[in-house]
Ligand binder design. Sequence first.
Ligand SMILES: *Cc1c(COP(=O)(O)O)cnc(C)c1O
Length: 225
Amino acid sequence: MITDNLREIRQAIQDSCAFAHRNPEDVTLIAVTKTVDSEAARVLVDSGITHLAENRVDKLLKKQYDLRDKTHLKWHLIGNLQRRKVKSIINEIDFFHALDSLSLAAEIDKRALKTISCFVEVNISGEETKHGISPEEIESFISQLSSFTNIKIVGLMTMAPHGANEQELHDIFSRLKILQENVRQRTLAHAPCTELSMGMSNDFPIAIEEGSTFIRIGTALFKDA
Ligand SMILES: *Cc1c(COP(=O)(O)O)cnc(C)c1O
């Protein structure tokens, strides 16, 4: 049952926060609904979930339409976004988690009718198949975004490689935390960078220990749905 899964995840968040001496209110649970239909998403919303994520533009718009009676929801686009699709989605979402190029930033800036809260995606592990800016390039990449007045960098995001062990996960997430702190301390007007989007079904307790403020959970919510 989705509601049982949700209860377990909430408990696990509480436990990880207690272990790390963190306030659970500082960790936002984003439900990733990409593998389920709108009715399953509605069950979560009725159980108190307010943050929903999709990785595809068309699926996000569909869920938004189906749940249009729920006006308080926050919508996250977590997948990579093609420039030609920016126009159709960017003003419909609250957060974009996968900013990883200047050309995409330029397109977002051009199409935005409001300030768009973005996470810069970082490829910590250096896997060639992964999207994201390399850690060495983060500082200069973020500096170059300052001319885009419609873009606000709220934080950094990463995806840990599949099959990483616990020590590797701690290492990856703590490195993202250090990068985020470095940007935050520059107190850039366009990049407050106070947030960390890291942690998925298999690794969120470790991500919370390392300072995550937004965890993106799919499978663990819907494993038997
Ligand atoms: C699918 C997805 C998630 C959720 O992953 P689970 O392992 O199912 O929890 C999180 N982040 C991104 C970017 C995703 O594409």
